[in-house]
Write a protein that binds this ligand. Sequence first.
Ligand SMILES: Nc1ncnc2c1ncn2[C@@H]1O[C@H](COP(=O)(O)OP(=O)(O)OP(=O)(O)O)[C@@H](O)[C@H]1O
Ligand SMILES: [Mg+2]
Length: 1110
Amino acid sequence: MEVKTSLLDNMIGVGDMVLLEPLSEDSFLENLQKRFDHNEIYTYIGSVVISMNPYRSLPIFTPDKVEEYRNRNFYELSPHIYALADEAYRSLRDQDKDQCILITGESGAGKTEASKLVMSYVAAVCGKGQEVNKVKEQLLQSNPVLEAFGNAKTVRNDNSSRFGKYMDIEFDFKGDPLGGVISNYLLEKSRVVKQPRGERNFHVFYQLLSGASDDTLRKLKLDRDFSKYNYLSLDSAAVNGLDDAANFRTVRNAMQIVGFMEDEVQSVLELVAAVLKLGNIEFKPESRCNGTDESRIKDKNDLKEMCELLGIEQSVLERAFSYRTVEAKMEKVSTTLNVAQAYYARDALAKNLYSRLFSWLVTRINESIKAQTKTRHKVMGVLDIYGFEIFEDGDNSFEQFIINYCNEKLQQIFIELTLREEQEEYVREGIEWTNIEYFNNAIICDLIENNQNGILAMLDEECLRPGTVTDETFLDKLNTVCAEHQHFESRLSKNSKFLTDHSLPHNCFRIQHYAGKVLYRVEGFVDKNNDLLYRDLSQAMYKANHSLIKQLFPEGNPAKVNLKRPPTAGFQFRASVGTLMKNLQTKNPNYIRCIKPNDKKASHIFTDSLVRHQVRYLGLMENVRVRRAGYAFRQAYEPCLERYKMLCKRTWPHWRGPAREGVEVLMTDLQVPAEEFSYGRSKIFIRNPRTLFFLEERRRQCLEDLATLIQKIYRGWKCRTQFLLLKKSQVTVAAWYRRYAQQKKYKRIKSATTVVQSYTRGWQARKLLRELKYQKRCEEAVTTIAAFWHGTQARRELRRLKEEARRKHAVAVIWAYWQGLKVRREYRKFFRANAGKKIYDFTIQRIIQKYFLNLKSTMPSMSPIDKNWPTRPYLFLDGVHTDLRRIFHLWRCKKYRSQFTEEKKAVYEEKLEASEIFKDKKALYPSSVSQPFKGDYLEISKNPKYQKLNSAVDEKVLLADVVNKINRANGKGTARIFLLTKKSVVLADQKTGQVKASVPLPDLSSVSVSTQTDGFFALRLKEGSASAVKGDFLLSSEHLIEIITKLHRVGATTADMEQLNVDISDEFLVQFKQDKVCVKFIQGVPKNGNSVSCKRKNNRLLEVSVPTTP
Ligand SMILES: Nc1ncnc2c1ncn2[C@@H]1O[C@H](COP(=O)(O)OP(=O)(O)OP(=O)(O)O)[C@@H](O)[C@H]1O
Ligand SMILES: [Mg+2]
């Protein structure tokens, strides 16, 4: 819900002076002070904002504040400059009304700061975008540039604007800024050459010398030391809180953003430097022979440097400082300048140079910031013009006169527009209106600007008049012309009233301005108004080889010599003020009245007299009175009803009808006297602040009551909510508990029921079971009885049938025997006595015949190993059948043998012999049966490797193989070639083929082998034989069966040799040299994956582990 606020909320003092009660100057000041003390620097008078200078930064200009005031009604929040800026901006954007913001106040009151705040607020709330932001930035950055060149430290303000500034910011229909135009008014150029005590020249001089780089200064022929320049006052060159060097950088940066080209900036700085140089040119008098005094330049160095900077021929400028040429009616007269005139000329040149440079800067900035499109613009003008200036000691001069004239005009426009606006509003709202008396300062404006006898006109007339013209003659003229004017005072006027007024010196006149009396010293009026620059100087400047200088002094162009005097300063100012006023009148005015709280530039000090003075001359009291003359307060019906509707039961809390009727009901109900307010078309007008305060007070009370009511309702609501919550929880808890209890009870009942049920069911089931069992028993008994009965019946029947069958059989047998007996008796006479034997033989023959035929067809194959044989048909054929089988086998073996070649025969013989030796004696044998005996496994005759070995053996090799010779020491084997010939056994080295041992076969006594599956064999030598010296050989071979068989065969087939003994035993002795070693074979699991392993157990025992025979 949007919370409607009002300026009336949390007010310190009163936020709007119109509401001040009672209204007096004291209460006005008191209110201002009270607010100022509470950091409320802004106060309204209706729509006018009074701004007090806080002289310190307050946290009320933050982006958050901008957001707070954005799009809010003027009176919605506490007074702020942002509210005014927002109001102006919105009515410009939404109602298409051109606006002007008039900021007035005396020097140091905060006008420039206020104008910047307005601009920054508008920049913050208006549209965004790259182009728009650039425009905004250029508009904002024009400020530092103009402040550097146009502001100076004065005794009243460290950053005093020494020119008037009016800036038109142009917006498109959406409210986005398009550009702007700046107008400047009367720069206080006298400051360039002379500054009052405690003040400074324009900031730019100090900024340049402090902030420029050494290189730049060298180029500009400048020295960083301020004291080297006559035009710079030294006593206040450094200002507290002002960093000239940093500001110089800011200005350079701002110039770049605004769009100054680098060479333009350089030219500007050259001109600034030239002014400083100019101030250093000094003159000395020189008498001429004709008695006149002439001036000479003392030291030409500065002149030279300046001429170099500006590209001016030194002699030309030197001459311009020495002579003055006056042209009149085609005549040219040259006069020499004395020292005073030379100084005058120098200063005039410096002032002109600077002020023209300033004007050029404004023009140049305008060029950059001017709106690019030609579409119709809405305009917001911001006027930051010098405030009313009164020097108390009467040191007011031409400048103050001009400034005060300008303020006079502004006051006039202020009165006019404020009243007009007020009156227009009453008319608009249809309120009856009677004219209000107020002081109209038009009469003072007339005194100054009247074309016939106005002071400015008199001054111009004096300046243009031939003959001797001095400030005194001007004063005389005023004394005659204006003597009767009620706002003009002078000692010498014909108005006898002032003849004895000693506060009015003779060389002064006094004007009663709307803001107070100001004493003007006439000295310098004529000169300043003339603002003469000798033509020789402007021509010298024009000749400069410097484009900017040339541009600044167009009148120096010899081709365009204009003998007409240039318009006077006063005339120019009057004209520009006139234009300004016309411009302002076309716009909707918004006023910011700045007030300076003290003279010390200090925060927290409120000097009553100073503020009172400003309140007076700014006409603020009048402003309030004018505002209150009609109605002190007005408010649109909607917000009014919104704010006070709680005061009447009929309008609270909602009023459904039109707001105006609601307000009428409200007022009637509150019994506010009818003369205290009026109903306008859209607003209610309240005549007296008292009425407003009455409403406010009632509202405050009502708010308290409402607050109590709200509190009450809230508390009630809270308690009720709490109670309901508790109740709800209690119900929930109870429900849960009941549920739990019921559940428990139900479970108990359920389980009890189940138990009872189960018992009942069990009982019923048992009962049923009993019945069923009984039934079944009955049925079984019946069945058994029936079965027994049937059995008895059946057995009885069976017995009967069997008896019957036996009888029948017996009858049949008896009958058969009887028949047989009868037949045999009958046929005995037809058969021989041996017929039975014949039948028997015939039958036997027939059976044998059938047996043989059958055997023929089922005969097995011719393979001797085929074990098939048909079965015998009759038991009596058993012997024949076995014999026949043996005969057939022998026959087919013979048939098989008859196919053998001699070699095959020999092989089989060997195999047969092996069988005879080993079958059923050595477990290795069965595996050797299928292996053919190859004999020469090494192919020794063909293998070139064994050529030598082959040649060493002269007999035919019967067997050649690699065997392992077992080493007695460790049981390990060494590979040896084993050769068997008909005569000897040869052992040779496997690698070299070298013969290691050759044993003649007759030297062998026996061979020992184990019964196991191993390949170990010991060749045992006959004792006493030649070979026995080395001892027996313990060898192992994969072809053990073949080797032993062959060895055995050789012995059998050789005539002069005994047949070799083959010992098959698991333990035998082997003669190793002298020792006999027992070789023992055990069944076990050989290690290291070997099938057989031999291990030396001790000196006398070698143990060979052989895998267990399966
Ligand atoms: N709103 C503000 N907040 C803080 N300081 C302020 C404010 N307004 C003014 N000042 C202070 O007061 C000084 C003078 O203000 P400013 O230059 O705006 O005065 P001015 O009215 O423009 O004077 P002049 O007529 O001499 O130009 C500022 O430099 C600043 O220090
Ligand atoms: Mg200023």
